[in-house]
Design a protein around this ligand. Structure first.
Ligand SMILES: C[S@@+](CC[C@H](N)C(=O)[O-])C[C@H]1O[C@@H](n2cnc3c(N)ncnc32)[C@H](O)[C@@H]1O
Length: 297
């Protein structure tokens, strides 16, 4: 539940008081102490120092594992869907799910994002139409879920969803049609760095999940500066970061070509403070890998 005292001006619902986004009811997945020990002592060193691209290629060929099959490069939208929906069908799937990839951390992040986004849409939508903007939206799974949950309570909602991968947008448009949301969302093919020129209306909610870990500090700051120019004067931003708690940094870099930028919640809040966000909700999921930060201005 979001606790707000909205002071209404003609166009703006301003969040004046403490903002509480309540995620206590969410059931998030945790690692057992046994699994953590096994990963630290055996699995992570094997992945980091023995597994190479050819071993991954071999397992990709001989198994039908969805996570391996959908490794289309760092942070691909197909990979996200495979992680979100990972339902182990074999012993190998089970091993990948539990010990090698980190789908539980991604599912935790997904739950946090859908919940926070739903609460923000509801809060901003109490008195006025909501403009939502997402950058690096992928197939917009989580956004569409949140909009579907809230739509009937709103005075109207328009979402502009940006990604530089046209295939992700085709998948997103099809999902939106399936959910009857095609009139509410506009999928736009664009690099994050060129969104500013294409914004239709100042958004009260900006969502950028699973994106900035692939961007340098310099690019993140440039992107934040651009968001400052087009966001609504009273608005919120949802971003996420990754931390090296997965323990397989060397494997991700050397074998899968993932060059991730790790940032703590403190670092993110400091960057967001630099563009005027003053209040924050910080959520770190139980595996310690992902953080979700919601900033308000
Ligand atoms: C890890 S996925 C996250 C997708 C979605 N936000 C989610 O939470 O499931 C990252 C997405 O960002 C997109 N992306 C990466 N770099 C981008 C850039 N510079 N401009 C626009 N989109 C980008 C990718 O195509 C991909 O769909």
């Amino acid at each position: 539940m979001v606790t707000l005292s909205p002071a209404i001006s003609p166009q703006i619902t301003r969040i004046d008081s403490e903002v509480v986004i309540d995620v206590k009811a969410l059931k998030l997945e945790k690692s057992s102490w046994f699994d953590s020990l096994l990963k630290t002592l055996i699995i992570n060193p094997v992945l980091n120092f023995i597994f190479g691209p050819s071993v991954v290629g071999f397992f990709k060929k001989v198994t039908r594992n969805q996570i391996l099959a959908n490794l289309h490069g760092p942070g691909s939208w197909q990979s996200m869907l495979a992680h979100y929906d990972a339902a182990p069908k074999s012993m190998f799937d089970f091993m990948i799910d539990r010990y090698i990839a980190f789908p539980s951390a991604l599912r935790n992040r997904q739950k946090l994002v859908v919940s926070a986004l739903t609460q923000l849409i509801e809060a901003y939508g109490k008195n006025e139409p909501v403009n939502l903007l997402a950058i690096g939206c992928g197939s917009a799974n989580n956004i569409l879920k949140a909009i579907k949950l809230e739509k009937s309570k709103l005075h109207g909602l328009k979402a502009q969803l940006f990604d530089f991968n046209e295939d992700a947008l085709i998948e997103g448009r099809s999902k939106a049609r399936e959910l009857g949301l095609e009139k509410d969302v506009d999928f736009v093919c664009s690099d994050a760095n060129h969104v500013e020129e294409k914004v239709a209306a100042p958004p009260q909610i900006v969502k950028m999940i699973g994106l900035i870990e692939y961007l340098s500090d310099e690019n993140v700051i440039r992107l934040f500066q651009s968001i400052k120019k087009f966001r609504s004067p009273a608005s919120s931003i949802l971003i996420s970061s990754i931390e090296p708690r997965h323990g397989i940094e060397r494997f991700l870099r050397r074998t899968l070509n993932f060059n991730l930028n790790y940032r703590s919640p403190e670092k993110l809040k400091q960057l967001l403070s630099g563009i005027g966000y003053t209040k924050f909700n910080t959520f770190s999921e139980p595996t310690g890998i992902f953080n979700v930060i919601v900033g308000h201005v």
